[in-house]
Ligand binder design. Structure first.
Ligand code: GLC
Length: 546
């Protein structure tokens, strides 16, 4: 890794799902005070930055992704002053801070939307959102057939007869990015936070902002490449080319500030090539590589997504980022615990097959971490993956809170299973998540056996997931071959991935059903499990000096 490359080309970024990270005031919900008290933990873990899910003032219809005031902190999480203190303290710990920004939609309680509802059909206020009359003789049919990502139609009708668009919950009306006010407002919000010292932003639904101006119905065939000779038919609201104009303007805003401020896009693109368009010169800095996250546990598939990602991103001069889990998908330990680990497409919802074998999932998650941290570029850790937390798949229906549960008519349990508050210490709930004497239980119940997965229980246990992450991150920081750069594949048996990074580093991962001999090496730097006779067991990975 070059000493002069900007930090974001190789950063390991830790995702703090703030509701579930650490509760400072004992109300059962994580907050800024809790996060501040755990900065030393993050420092010691060895990450470079934290991405914090939305902390803005919000009615919490979608846990903060429905923002009512982008320039203030929700009282559930703390105050603006505490946020400023957090940024300063994180910097003192050598950690960068990246808040989430939500530009596709606001809350229905945002003053703009309130004014739009008030002002009525045909008003200028309504032009900042996407209001339309309905179809049918009495306008009682939605304006088109778009569907909400959370289930049901993407349109809601107001008592005055007009419909408004929401690609997510009805409490999250979509903004109209053809309106100059929207551009000006978000550039001003970026400056507000940049001048408070944040190091960048994670851009929510970055691929959704621009809609086809005529709002046509969805195309009959939807697929990654459903046209002639690989021509992609543009989708009416996802990943449209015009969205990049917005990010070129945002890049200029980031560049007004010193210190390499950077953006990471949440863009669910069909192919690595489409993803690379977000990070061309003059555009955003990085984008989550969800193609990697969505790939099954299969050597050929993983190798091809790694190659395509590096080729497409490399062609535009951008680094890759690698991610296995986040607050929207089933935790990878539980995905990998399925005998048949399927890949899936951005347009699908992941459906696991059969029950999880958590022992298998843990073995594979350990190996996957060594793969991810050895690949060229940056990486993301979703809070709790360093503890080997599984998805909580048996939350009682009565406690489910994700809007998906209601909106899907109770057919999809939603994302609460990966959002359960994390265990810090002790043998029973709240496992140090809330302080002694807390007035409320954690907002989602924690499993009875999570004491063994707590930070306290794993610290100092060389066989634990936490110590594997700590060691891997330390080696990654120290080893000149890791981080930004390139890789060279080495010959390996079927089902085994083996690549070299210079100088002197080899990563090998056995996805086959048979043990395989380690490739030539002078030392084993780290292994995801015990090695016997220089053999790598199935679902094991190792880092070698060679
Ligand atoms: C993104 C977020 C998700 C949220 C949605 C709507 O996909 O990651 O949690 O529900 O956007 O803002």
């Amino acid at each position: 890794m070059s000493g002069t490359a900007p930090w974001w080309r190789s950063a390991v970024i830790y995702q703090v799902y703030i509701r579930s990270f650490a509760d400072g005031n004992g109300d059962g919900v994580g907050d800024i005070a809790g996060l501040r008290s755990r900065l030393p933990y993050l420092k010691e873990l060895g990450v470079d930055a934290v991405w914090i899910n939305p902390w803005y003032k919000s009615p919490m219809a979608d846990h903060g992704y429905d923002v009512a005031d982008y320039r203030d902190i929700d009282p559930l999480f703390g105050t603006l002053e505490e946020a400023e203190q957090l940024i300063e303290e994180a910097h003192r710990h050598g950690l960068r801070v990246i808040p989430d920004i939500v530009p596709n939609h606001t809350s229905d309680q945002h003053p703009w939307f309130q004014a739009a509802v008030e002002a009525g059909p045909g008003s200028l206020e309504r032009e900042r959102y996407i209001f339309r009359p309905g179809r049918g003789s009495d306008g009682s049919e939605p304006p088109n057939d778009w569907v909400s990502c959370f289930g049901g139609p993407a349109w809601t009708r107001l008592p005055d007869g007009e419909w408004y668009l929401h690609l997510f919950a009805p409490e999250q009306p979509d903004l109209n990015w053809q309106h100059p006010d929207v551009h000006a407002e978000f550039e001003s919000i970026l400056r507000f936070w940049f001048s408070r010292g944040v190091d960048g932003f994670r851009i929510d639904v970055a691929h959704g902002l621009v809609k086809h101006p005529e709002l046509p119905d969805l195309p009959p065939v939807q697929g990654p490449r459903d046209g002639e000779a690989g021509q992609r038919t543009p989708h009416p609201h996802w990943d449209r080319d015009e969205v990049h104009d917005i990010y070129r303007a945002w890049r200029k805003v980031a560049d007004e500030f010193p210190g390499n401020r950077s953006f990471v896009a949440e863009a669910w693109a069909d192919t690595p090539e489409r993803l690379a368009a977000y990070v061309r010169a003059g555009g955003l800095h990085t984008a989550f590589n969800f193609n990697f996250l969505m790939t099954g546990w299969d050597a050929k598939d993983l190798r091809s997504v790694i190659d395509d990602s590096l080729a497409m991103l490399g062609a535009v001069g951008a680094p890759a980022t690698w991610v296995l889990s986040n607050h929207d998908v089933m935790r990878h330990l539980s995905r990998y615990g399925r005998r048949n680990v399927k890949g899936w497409a951005p347009s699908e919802r992941y459906e696991p097959e059969g029950p999880a074998d958590l022992e298998l999932g843990t073995r594979r998650a350990r190996a996957a971490a060594l793969l991810m941290f050895a690949l060229p570029g940056g990486a993301y850790i979703y809070q709790g993956e360093e503890l080997g937390l599984p998805e909580v798949e048996d939350l009682p229906e009565a406690v489910l809170q994700d809007p998906i549960w209601e909106r899907s008519g109770h057919t999809d349990r939603g994302r609460d299973g990966c959002r359960v508050p994390i265990p810090w210490s002790g043998r029973s709930a709240p496992y140090g998540f809330s302080p002694e004497g807390a007035t409320a239980a954690p907002w989602l119940p924690q499993p009875a056996d999570w004491g063994r997965l707590s930070v306290e229980a794993q610290t100092g246990d060389e066989t634990s997931m936490l110590e594997l992450y700590r060691t891997a991150l330390r080696l990654r920081r120290e080893h000149p071959a890791l981080g930004d750069g390139t890789l060279t594949w080495l010959d390996a048996p079927d089902g085994v991935l083996c690549f070299r990074r210079d100088p002197g580093f080899v990563c090998v991962l056995n996805l086959s059903a048979e043990p395989c001999p380690l490739p030539p090496h002078s030392a084993v730097l780290l292994a995801s499990g015990p090695l016997e006779n220089d053999m790598l067991a199935p679902d094991q990975a190792a880092w070698l000096a060679a």
